[in-house]
Structure formats: structure tokens, C-alpha cells
Design a binder for this molecule. Structure first.
Ligand SMILES: [Cu+2]
Length: 131
């Protein structure tokens, strides 16, 4: 975990340093749900696809350095779910395992460094947990 946090600190520093580089370009990218519906369960799997909206193609190689999974879509923004990244599979798809504790809508918020893009790319993807 120490390694993870120092990596986050370095990337956060980079994000600040490069803020002025290309303000519009990060909006060329979008995180989309692989499947909106997920299980209301421990170890529930969810996936996001990073898409370059200019080409419609999935973007591999992004470093997702900050994530939060919360119930803000249902007015419970302080309700968080523990989650961890799963090994990469299909290029451009980023998968996680999450301990979902309540049925309803969860927002998965991400910050990523994308190859060739100076600005930090941010996304918020809503998943619906069902029993
Ligand atoms: Cu809740």
C-alpha cells in the first residue's frame, strides 16, 4: 500500500503540473460501463471501458490512479464500497472487484492518466446493484 500511495502522490503532482497543457482534450475521453447491472454482493465485479470519443475506440494503457465507489446517485454520497483492481483482460477495459453492501445506484468515480493526453481524465460511471 505504501507503494501505491507514493505512486498516487507522484501522479497527483504531475496532474497539477500539466493542468495548463490542454484544457479541452480530456473531454475527448469517456468512461462507459461494460454492464450497468452488477450484483449486490461481496466481490461483485464491475468494468469500465475507456473510449476516445473522437474515434469510438477503446483506449488501453491508462493508469487509473484514484477511484471512489459511492452511492451518491441515491443520495448516499458518504456510503462507500471497498474495491480493488482486477488484472487487465480486454484492452481498454478496466475491471474491479467491489464489496457492494446495498442494492441501488452506485457511482464509480475515476481519475486517470491516459497515454498521449497531458490532462487528467475524470469519469463517473453509474452502476445499478441488484439482489
Ligand atoms: Cu446506500
Amino acid at each position: 500500500m505504501i507503494g501505491t500511495y507514493s505512486r498516487i502522490a507522484v501522479l497527483a503532482g504531475l496532474a497539477v503540473f500539466t493542468t495548463h497543457a490542454a484544457l479541452a482534450a480530456a473531454t475527448d475521453y469517456e468512461f462507459q460501463p461494460v454492464s450497468v447491472e452488477i450484483k449486490n454482493d461481496a466481490g461483485s465485479e464491475l468494468g469500465v471501458r475507456l473510449v476516445d470519443k473522437r474515434t469510438g475506440k477503446a483506449v488501453p494503457g491508462a493508469v487509473i490512479f484514484r477511484t471512489q465507489l459511492d452511492m451518491s446517485p441515491d443520495g448516499m454520497g458518504e456510503m462507500l464500497a471497498k474495491h480493488e483492481a482486477l488484472p487487465p483482460g480486454e484492452p481498454g477495459v478496466y475491471r474491479y472487484k467491489a464489496d457492494i453492501t446495498m442494492a441501488g445506484d452506485w457511482a464509480f468515480k475515476l481519475q486517470a492518466k491516459v497515454p498521449g493526453e497531458a490532462e487528467t481524465v475524470e469519469g463517473s460511471v453509474v452502476f445499478t446493484a441488484k439482489d
